[in-house]
Design a protein around this ligand. Structure first.
Ligand code: COA
Length: 144
C-alpha cells in the first residue's frame, strides 16, 4: 500500500540494522518525532555494517542526501536498513533507509533515506586504512 502517491512503492534496501519504537520523549510539542532523533537512529544503524566492514571502530565524518519523506509518529515501529555502497582508503559510504510500521496501517512506509560516511579510526582516533581485500558483503565472525 502506498501512503503517499508521490513516492514510488519499493522495498527496503540493505540489511535490517536497527529496530526500535518511537517514544513520546522523542517527539516535538506537536507530537511528531524529531528529525534529529531519526538521524541518530540512522547514524547508529549505519555504524553497524561500517564497523563490521572496517573490522573495528569508525567515526561519522559526513551526512549527505538526507530526505525526510514523511512524518514519524509516537508509537511507530522504526526500522533502519543499511548497506555499504563504497569503500575508500580509510572511509566507507553507507546508504541508509528508515521505514516505519504503524498500528492499523498495513505494510511499511519509507520515511527517510540518506548517505552517511564513516572513517575507520585507530586507538588514537586517527584514520586507518580499511583492508581493501575484504569483499563488501563479508561478515565479521562474532565470538560466542
Ligand atoms: C574522523 C576523523 C578522525 C577523520 O580525520 P581527518 O583528518 O579529518 O580525515 P582525512 O582528511 O584524512 O579523511 C579521511 C577520509 O574521510 C574522507 N572525507 C573527509 N571529509 C569528508 C566529507 N566531508 N565527506 C565524505 N568523506 C570525507 C576522506 O576523503 C578520506 O577518505 P579516504 O581515505 O577513503 O580517501 C576526524 O575528522 C574526526 O575525528 N572527526 C570527528 C568524528 C566524530 O566525532 N563524529 C561524530 C559526529 S559528532
Amino acid at each position: 500500500m502506498n501512503h503517499n502517491d508521490s513516492i514510488p512503492e519499493t522495498l527496503p534496501v540493505g540489511e535490517a540494522a536497527l529496530s526500535t519504537i518511537a517514544m513520546p520523549g522523542d517527539a516535538n510539542p506537536a507530537g511528531d518525532i524529531f528529525g534529529g532523533w531519526l538521524l541518530s537512529q540512522m547514524d547508529l544503524a549505519g555504524s553497524i555494517p561500517a564497523t563490521e566492514r572496517a573490522q573495528g571502530r569508525v567515526a561519522t565524518i559526513a551526512i549527505e542526501a538526507i530526505k525526510f519523506h514523511r512524518a514519524v509518529l509516537v508509537g511507530d515501529r522504526v526500522r533502519c536498513y543499511a548497506e555499504v555502497t563504497r569503500v575508500g582508503r580509510t572511509s566507507l559510504t553507507v546508504r541508509i533507509e528508515t521505514w516505519v510500521s504503524r498500528l492499523g496501517v498495513p505494510g511499511m512506509m519509507k520515511v527517510t533515506e540518506g548517505v552517511f560516511t564513516y572513517v575507520a579510526i585507530d586507538g588514537n582516533r586517527r584514520p586507518r586504512p580499511v583492508d581493501a581485500q575484504v569483499p563488501i558483503d563479508a561478515q565479521v565472525p562474532v565470538d560466542a
